[in-house]
Write a protein that binds this ligand. Structure first.
Ligand code: SF4
Length: 327
């Protein structure tokens, strides 16, 4: 059997180009060589959005649609809903017995995320996020986890949990490894170093051609460039960052022309809008096809969740046996 990969998204909103370059594109390639499990992390969404449960159902379907539009093939990838795998919650409880509160408090990713949300006093579920992530990874015995650098402490926490479990009880769990994504984080339209829906600086994958043109037209550029012949600093411009990612072969030329003041920002923006629309067009077509038969999306979710549940039950049987809980 191919090695298993676990990946997924918290279902807090529709996916955007930052998700595409940072993970979706990679998943579309991985699905050809790995047994890939993709989790719609609705329980984990509640760690920060527990007061907005009404968003979950809508987001689960929207994100599934984003996956399918991006080229994720449900015949090759197992797409499942986290809360429909109760074994994940059970594993989270068992693992929480041997993870100390201070280890969780010192997790750098948790610290920076708490800071970003402005949390002073941490909720138990938020603090325990890395423990539930360990349950996500281990229920399906995933070997590889595609992550960015910022998620490495979480993977390390899972590895510690697995080693502890296997030493204490019986070696039934697989120690996962991080599959580091080489793709840089996509900057926002406002120049913020992260494209994010909550910052209002994103191009979502279901954006129309006209809206892409509009968003790019209004995006920030190098403030030093007022007139076409002003000398530019492409390294501070989000549009140049997009050229590097979406038009790699034309990016050097843009860089030179911007520095010499031989290209205007409008012309530069039109070129990148064209490339982004070129990328999104097949996604729009796939999305339109699925929208004609929305029941297929539900069928895909049911089938993927059933497959994941079968795997979860088998892992749980082994875990319970190892822990003397097999009454
Ligand atoms: Fe940015 Fe292009 Fe304008 Fe240079 S020419 S500042 S890269 S939009």
């Amino acid at each position: 059997m191919d090695e298993r990969v676990l990946t997924g998204d918290r279902v807090t909103g529709k996916l955007h180009l930052g998700h595409y370059v940072g993970s979706l594109k990679n998943r579309v390639e991985l699905q050809n060589n790995y047994d890939i499990f993709i989790e719609l992390a609705d329980v984990q969404a509640l760690t920060t959005h527990f007061d907005k449960p009404e968003m979950l159902k809508k987001n689960v379907r929207n994100i599934t649609m984003d996956y399918l539009a991006s080229g994720i093939d449900p015949e090759k990838s197992t797409i499942f809903v986290q809360s429909l795998i109760p074994e994940i919650a059970e594993l989270t409880v068992y693992y929480s017995m041997f993870v100390t509160v201070s280890a969780l408090r010192h997790n750098p990713t948790t610290k920076s995320e708490a800071e970003a949300h402005g949390y002073k006093d941490l909720y138990y579920g938020f603090l325990g996020y890395p423990v539930s992530q360990a349950a996500d990874i281990t229920f399906c015995k995933a070997k590889l986890i595609p992550v960015g650098d910022d998620q490495l402490p979480h993977i390390e926490q899972t590895r510690r949990i697995v080693r502890r479990f296997n030493q204490l009880y019986h070696p039934v769990l697989i120690e996962p490894e991080a599959l580091i994504s080489e793709v840089p984080r996509l900057v926002g339209l406002d120049g913020n170093n992260k494209m994010s829906k909550s910052l209002g600086n994103a191009i979502q994958l279901d954006t129309t051609e006209q809206d892409v043109n509009e968003k790019i037209k209004n995006a920030k550029t190098d403030p030093a460039r007022v007139h076409k012949n002003d000398l530019g600093h492409p390294e501070v411009c989000p549009i140049y960052a997009y050229h590097r990612i979406f038009r790699s072969e034309g990016a050097d030329e843009i860089c030179e022309s911007c520095k010499k003041g031989t290209i205007g920002c409008m012309e530069c923006k039109k070129k990148i809008a064209l490339s982004i629309n070129h990328l999104l067009e097949p996604m729009r077509q796939r999305r339109a096809d699925y929208l004609k038969k929305p029941e297929i999306v539900d069928e895909i979710l049911i089938a993927g969740t059933q497959r994941a549940r079968k795997v979860a039950k088998e892992t749980m049987r082994e875990v319970r046996e190892a822990m003397n809980l097999d009454y």
